[in-house]
Design a protein around this ligand. Sequence first.
Ligand code: ADP
Ligand code: ADP
Length: 221
Amino acid sequence: SFVLNAWDLYRFYHTAESEVLAVRGVSLKVTAGEMVAVMGPSGSGKSTLLNCLSGIDEPDGGYVEIMGQRITRKAERERAAIRAKHIGILLQKENLIPHLTVKENICLQMALAGQIDYKRIEELLGELGMIERQYAYPRQLSGGENARAGLAVALASDPALLLADEPTGEVDRKTEELILDLLAAKCKQGLTAITSTHSLIIAARADRIVALQDGRINDAG
Ligand code: ADP
Ligand code: ADP
């Protein structure tokens, strides 16, 4: 069985001037422990695809199942519940709520997923090397600490699937390697990660590369 099963996804954007076919007929099956890199030029549909997979956005066609549970064609509230339970989201920035400490940010994410587990918070902070910085506010963190705290929040609910949209777009090489090491270790333990990226460093570490071109998977890529 698949952690993620997406079938024939379509997403159009209708604007006053034009109609953009952002995702056209994308199908994707991903199993436990896999690390997938979604690559493609700017505008090829990477963000749109990830938003459809997470249920943040509803595709115009096709369906998505997460852990055997359909997330598409459901009310936003139901999609949010499935997302909170099974999916962690890592963005380039703004993973943290600025007026909450690192620990409070993690607590909040756990609360959204159902329950706060203080033992798990300690574990997470330890794994990510953030025990000493748990009472810091996001603006007090260095770039690397910010990235690690963002990952802690993304992993707070112990998700089966991590969706990361260009997570290392704005960090230095050392931080990128750190995030990748942490992700690879998590994938060894069974986490599934789908990462959109321009980074060849991430691509080299991925089990599989999905190449997007004009909203389609480019099989030659
Ligand atoms: P990528 O993440 O690969 O840069 P996106 O998914 O952001 O690609 O964008 C895919 C295409 O859809 C682009 O042509 C982009 O301009 C268009 N697009 C994305 N979001 C919107 C939107 N909210 N409204 C209209 N067009 C959009
Ligand atoms: P990325 O390349 O990282 O996906 P973009 O710069 O393409 O980022 O898009 C940033 C945001 O702008 C996205 O939320 C996307 O939905 C929105 N967007 C992108 N293209 C358009 C567009 N043509 N019209 C309206 N919104 C857009």
